[in-house]
Design a protein around this ligand. Sequence first.
Ligand SMILES: [Zn+2]
Length: 443
Amino acid sequence: MISSDFKQQAVSYLQELIRINTSNPPGNEKLAIDFIASILDEEKIDYTIVGKDPNRPNLVAKIPGDGSLKPLLLTSHVDVVLANPDEWKYPPFSGEIHEDCIWGRGAIDMKQMTIMELICFVFIHQQKIPLKRDLILACVSDEEAGCEYGSQYLVENHPELIQAEYALNEVGGFSLYQNEQTFYPIGVAEKGVCWLKINLKGQAGHGSIPHDDQAIVKLSKIISELDQKFLSYSLAHSMKGFIDGLASSFKFPQSKILKSLKNSSLANFLFQNILPKNKQTKSFYALLHNTATVTKINAGKKINVIPSKAELEIDGRIIPGHTVNSFLKDLKGILGENIDLEIIKAWDPVEVTENSDLYNQICTSLKKYDPKAITIPYLIPGFTDAAWYSKLGIKTYGFAPVKLPPDIVFSDLFHGPNERIPVEGFLFGIDVFYDVIYEFCRG
Ligand SMILES: [Zn+2]
């Protein structure tokens, strides 16, 4: 077990790290990386700092094992999304403790995990715990803006530093309460990304004489098609486990309705006609379909001129079971074969199995510290650094354990105002996280 003075130290480290403003853009992650490096310096632990931009570095450190098993990577990003102080109850970069929580941007996404990983890493080093696997610590930049300076850079330029069999990463391991049961979703899959641009052309003209070849009208048709039509359904392995797990907490008929979502035609019928159009339905929809959302448009400069050009950008997300290519086909099925889709950025979805020693250890450790814990697999609708690590064959699980009280909902904290982590829940997380690493790596 990790000692309580280490856990207390973790609370003040987290407060300090939150106070370092690493809002991305621009990131300024160097300040956070320097802070982590100073802690490793005190402990006389070697590390390597590499990066594409000196202000946006990545830190990697390693505790060698005996080599009988392949390495485990503990990874986190140190950048955060922007915060508008006007929307917050306490200042977003204060790191203050109020109402039994540590408040601030990054408290959940994901400076708490940076510190959780760091403190376990330092403890194992200090205690000279013999390991069968190398334990690698990676603190990276730029996840929130697409990973270019962070995990993408590491994977493309320094794979030897982070090559591992497994990785532990963000989004997963948080408590989720449903009908008096306590679930802990574990991230085993992520949707892929397909960010696209469409350029539309038409005839220019005077605004006083509308004609039939207008770029803006073509643009509006695309928006309405995407708003009204469904892209392909696919049941990811992780979603099957998630639905079965959750359904077990419901009684008939809710359990039956939930299980019906595993069937594509039933699911689409329910989404179209029966289910309420609320946030929960929308998130189930996104976890079962390819999606394409128009997020940017650019057209026209003068009120009395019909522009000859209009462009729009689409945030496409690819469900496991599809690839970038099949996603493009899917989209053309709605927008027509002749549409010209310009790819800005794209990668396939990733999914790892729940049948692994690491996943089993996660279940065992959660149960040890929360006997009520029911572990279920989880598909992350967004992307994380796992998308890049998967290119090296690293099997990454979303597991940043935290126990939240029932009135604090994980998804509201993520990128939202008033991001905070309960101190008790954070300390619980450190215990569980340490137990997983110790049991999985010890010699
Ligand atoms: Zn994150």
